[in-house]
Design a protein. Structure first.
Lengths: 760, 760
């Protein structure tokens, strides 16, 4: 949902949530509405707006009417239902559904109108009180809990505590529900709870928990057996007495102060960041100015809430009326980590659960349920009969290093090579990238990313290969410039499906011959030794979204698996034992549904001996990586000596939070796989193949995965490829990569959307 | 708190929590108490116990009496207060305080008694219903919220939902509060909420949220205006009608089923772990049997809840009466990560907040508040005027690699060396360890940990050094065997303070001469080049808790900083510019209060140019690492070309969850630094120095850090050192390391406690 988070210079919005229904939200709103115009602190003159997004119950008894009568401020209600029940039932009963999007956008519009209508100056500001209905998680009209429904606005909160018996528990729990959804609670207001002592307890509790101020307000008069008129009079008296009381002044000051503090901090962040932060992958000279830094206040779904920069404010005249933050689309899904959107409450709760149940527990010779479950899920999802053992690390780079250590040891052991004295290299593809720790770098060919790393040498050989591209609406497999002889001329295909149809394409004697010739030269003529094949299946991510002809990758593996790298060959009859060299697939970028399938190896119909998984694994929350290995690789480390083991580990190896979030994330993605949204994506890529009929039957049956498709609409992708500024493009799963024709050559734009976005 | 988690073979305990007070916990308990003995499912005969740990209100109207009357089962109340208010007030009013520890241990004892008194067999089991008071977070007698107070037992929960208006919100929030404390909610029971539709809503909500079953029970009869007798009759009729209803049978079946499932899963975990998990640092042949694997069900404070192994059950006869889990002390604080105990609710909520506010947001050229705040905190806490820039990675190994990349580049650039062609090594100490990624390994000398890593070469020179030990109650600085000539003979010291008293010890011409001779040999005779000094200050952690003579470390740095490694010297007049070689301190193990101070560099009164921090940084929750660098190191990467930059990064660089948890953790530790607990630790080490008077004054003033102390009681440490099986020991901050004399030589035991433990 694309709305700006609610932060203005001339307007202080605050959302009034209640720890439960009946705790006095409207009384607190009325007190604040009455307080501000008469506020004595500072020179600012305040006007007040009261906004009730959704109101249930008879119009005559409505909260906005009540506030208007007592405080005399401008009020507005966006949706009203007569039935005094939860909005989701009231809306249903009234037959008037309003979607979350519509409601949110109307609130956002109202706030913007308020901001525009306010005369702005150092001494004039407005406060907007937005009162919710019921408790923090009471459902809105479309049944979404309010704290989730309103989350895109992330308004600062005044939580009205529960003064009744049991109210300590409900108040703290309501606070926790808001907190785990990323809200900032500015203050808690609660009526004096007499002998129950809720206010006293909560003051002391929240002093230790985030130092949230708790304000104890005088009890509301007893209105039992009062006539309407008496009620009115008593309450009017109450408001008169309380609205300028010291407690209320401090509460109001706290709201204003938090707003000021937030604005000040946001404004200082870019400059301070440039002073103290050393950014990853960044030439700091290119972001020397504070306005070069993107300041993120928060994120939700596909959007960051970002501080306006000079660029985003270009052409805008009245910037004071603008929200301070604007929603910026997260086009790279935060470096390809997001699968389920920012601020996903299910994942937040999953993280909190594992933190609460375990924290971190050491993992050597030990086990816990989240790690074991994750290992089982991965082994099952990968559907690779070779893979048997799961090793945990913290990121794709460390996970690939571990995989390389595994593969080299297995090869050196079988071939009786002394890795500590001989140079054992890896075989890979040109332009590949596997991370920035030294071992992962060594497996990549020299490039801008590693050439100035003083210990980098580049231990291996990297093959050229033909690429798959969509050019002017047609799929083509192209050899690298000048290598037509080795790889053959351009080949055109009707569909992605055809490119992956290995039954029809068969094996490629030309590719295989080329590969064998290169290997002969390297090992026989030059005497080089190799210990592993390391590559990303199908798509080289950081290398520039390069789509490798899958038939070439298959050919490379076929040749390597039958090639004789040493006179010592395996004597195992187990078909899952590695031969030639252990094959390591780096699926950090490509795996776990990025390309529409659990495993990207499945596109090649190849079973690697080692495969590495990270990024989407933890649903865009926190780092975790798994290196999954075959039994025959594992066996190379089995022995009587500790020194024979894989002596690798990190303090937080298999941390339960990461594992549990990964389990939750994989389960949600598994649900998406069979969802109607993905079904729609798939259908958009239907009808282009000769085997349409057969494929359609598959779609209805179990073998859905046979179909090659993208989350990007086929027609849209074709149109993009025909744009004159576009050289070629690639679409597969959630990835769209566009190579531009520009004066300096070709730039690549890469996009990845989280999975639940509707297709274009 | 050392109690076993509540899990038995013959006993099913379930804790009845309420979403609020007045939601019908006691009615649900009564229904279950009445249901089980008459239960028709399966062959098991059930007996029922009802336990009310804390009851408030008049004895005549107590819950346990009510349950006994209606269900006729055995009931027990541990603490009773007449005042019908929250237990924390009732206990205070009654002047009868009961500590959390006592209450917990009495519940644990009751459960054990029940388990013992039960005849056990396949067809006989007991259920124990433990009813809490008020809502989930209502305070216990000592004011601790109940869900925190009872957390060490981690009993499975039946949450009684709130059927009233607003009850959807309170029920979900109560569920979230339990979940973020690591509880498993087996089921939610709620009375039919009529037109409010809470039960219907919650059924559908929880189907999507963790698939928690929600049971809708018939409403309790209207008891308004009833006499006591009529009340009794109506309720008796209600219980009679409902207790064997299908809904209640399924609820009971769900409780029993979850218990069975949990036992089955726990029993399978070790075997399955051995099948699918590849453990860090582990020779799998040595843990071939399932009973070699520690199975952790959960953890809290300093204890794991661990499945009994053959070893832990040795000598125990009646194991069926035993809890299935036992509390195992986490003696290494889970690989030195825990500072604040497992399952810390403040940290869990912090993790959830950052997940809810951001998820992860990409960090290159961007910023967010948790990362910036953490950078500020670190720079402030380190009190090192050289350090200016903070780089984020995921663990100590990657953080050290980044530091090495920084240092090498800075040196190669200034000295005009071509790192890609020349071998540039690092200088370090023997036995040091900096992690398992290749770059970090290369900075460690050859050892068991790296000798079978095929790409490892070991790029550097590692110095010998004298060590500090406590032998037979006395502190001694000892040269390595056979190196008395280089380092001088053993020196005895009165106190740790004296060892670190560099004013009195002065500089060491002997150490400095030795170091200079070695450097001359390496660089002048052998022509070697070096780009950094890399070492752990004071204590080499993974190297075996080796306590290096701090004067030697100072001498090494002094010599290196004035030594001429190249003819190109700096022309900077800035005193914070590195000279000789950039000095990198790996404080991953030693820093952030491990040794009692924020920075372990401060013990040496040395300002490194780069320092690395992880482990305790995130309070034992999840991986994060920071590499902090000086301006002069940063400047080496400044330039017009992107290739000049530090092109290192990980997908989850500076993930907000890690940063925010780190901020929370550092704040709590900062509080401990001035707490009475640490004050007690400090005092236990007072009185051993010649400067007692002066130091004591410092203790009262601001310069507390001058004092060298341990969280281990001085007398205790001295006694340990005098044990005849002990060769020597070391105590500093939270670390106690004991070298044993055994037949095979000397083994080292290392201990670290979380910081809030009382001293021994």
């Amino acid at each position: 949902m694309r709305v700006p988070s609610g932060l203005w210079k001339n307007l202080v919005p605050v959302q009034i949530y209640g720890a439960n229904t009946g705790v006095g939200k409207t009384v607190v709103s009325t007190l604040l509405a009455k307080h501000f115009p008469g506020r004595k602190a500072g020179k600012t003159r305040w006007s007040v707006k009261y906004l009730k997004p959704v109101s249930t119950g008879p119009a005559g008894e409505s909260d906005e009417r009540y506030v208007k009568r007592h405080a005399g401020c401008q009020v507005r209600c966006l949706y009203r239902y007569d039935d005094p029940v939860s909005p989701h039932l009231a809306a249903r009963n009234a037959g008037e559904m309003v979607s979350d999007e519509t409601l949110l956008s109307r609130i956002s519009k109202s706030l913007r109108q308020y901001a525009r209508s306010e005369p702005f100056g150092a001494d004039k500001r407005a406060i907007v009180l937005i009162e919710t209905a019921g408790g923090v998680l009471s459902p809105g009209p479309q049944s979404t809990p309010q704290a989730d429904l309103y989350r895109p606005l992330r308004l600062p909160v005044v939580l009205v505590g529960d003064y009744r018996l049991g109210g300590i528990a409900t108040t703290i729990s309501a606070f926790e529900s808001l907190t785990l959804r990323g809200y900032d609670v500015d203050a808690i207001a609660i009526f004096n709870s007499g002998r129950f002592g809720n206010d006293e307890y909560l003051k002391s509790y929240f002093k230790n928990q985030g130092n949230i101020p708790v304000f104890s307000l005088p009890s509301v008069p007893d209105l039992e057996d009062c006539s309407k008129e008496e009620e009115w009079k008593k309450m009017e008296e109450y408001y008169e007495n309380v609205h300028l009381s010291p407690e209320l002044s401090v509460l109001a000051g706290c709201i204003v102060g938090q707003n000021r503090k937030r604005l000040q901090e946001l404004n200082k962040m870019a400059k301070r960041t440039n002073e103290v932060i050393w950014h990853p992958f960044t030439q700091h000279k290119s972001i020397e100015q504070p306005h070069d830094i993107l300041v993120f206040d928060s994120a939700y779904g596909d959007y960051f809430q970002t501080l306006h920069t000079r660029k985003s404010l270009k052409d805008i005249k009245h910037e004071d009326e603008l929200p301070v933050l604007y929603p910026a689309f997260d086009g790279s899904a935060s470096w390809w980590t997001q699968g389920l959107g920012h601020g996903n409450p299910e994942l937040s709760l999953a993280a909190a659960y594992a933190a609460g149940r375990y924290g971190h527990v050491m993992f050597a010779g030990a086990t816990h349920q989240p790690a074991l479950l994750l290992a089982d899920r991965l082994l099952k999802g990968l559907e690779n009969p070779r893979l048997k053992k799961v090793f945990f690390t913290d990121n794709g780079s460390t996970g690939t290093e571990v995989g390389i250590k595994m593969a080299l040891r297995a090869a050196c052991k079988r071939y009786e090579w002394d890795g500590s004295a001989e140079e054992i290299g890896i075989i890979g593809l040109k332009g590949s990238y596997h991370g920035d720790t030294l071992g992962a770098m060594e497996a990549s060919e020299p490039s801008i990313f590693n050439k100035k790393v003083d210990w980098y040498r580049g231990r291996g050989y990297w093959f050229d290969y033909p690429q798959v591209k969509m050019r002017r609406g047609r799929w083509v497999v192209e050899p690298p410039v000048g290598m037509e002889e080795e790889f053959g001329p351009r080949q055109y295909f009707e569909s992605l499906d055809e490119i992956f149809d290995f039954e029809t394409r068969g094996s490629s004697p030309r590719y295989e011959q080329y590969i064998e010739d290169v290997l002969n030269r390297l090992t026989k003529s030059e005497g080089k030794k190799f210990g592993a094949l390391v590559m990303e299946p199908v798509l080289l991510g950081a290398g520039g979204m390069v789509f490798v002809d899958p038939l070439f990758q298959r050919s490379l593996i076929n040749v390597i698996r039958r090639y004789s790298f040493s006179s010592h060959q395996t004597d195992s009859s187990d078909p899952h034992t590695w031969t030639g060299l252990p094959v390591l697939f780096d699926e950090v970028f490509t795996g776990l549904y990025r390309l529409g399938r659990f495993s990207s190896a499945s596109f090649l119909s190849i079973h690697p001996d080692i495969s590495v998984h990270a990024k989407l694994l933890t649903g865009g929350l926190l780092p975790l990586c798994t290196t999954v290995a075959s039994q025959s690789v594992f066996d190379a480390f089995w022995g009587d000596k500790k020194a024979d083991a894989l002596l690798h580990g990190h303090s937080y190896t298999a941390h339960p939070i990461g594992c549990h979030v990964a389990n939750t994330s994989l389960e949600v993605m598994k649900g998406l796989e069979v969802s109607s949204i993905w079904e729609r994506y798939r259908r958009s890529w239907m009808g282009e193949t000769r085997k349409e009929e057969g494929k359609f039957r598959m779609l209805k049956g179990e073998r859905k995965e046979e179909w090659i498709w993208s989350m990007w609409n086929k027609h849209f992708v074709e149109e993009v490829s025909k744009n004159k500024r576009v050289d070629a493009c690639v679409a597969l799963g959630s990835v769209l990569a566009i190579s531009l024709v520009d004066k300096k050559g070709a730039g690549v734009l890469g996009f990845h959307f989280r999975f639940s976005l509707p297709c274009f």
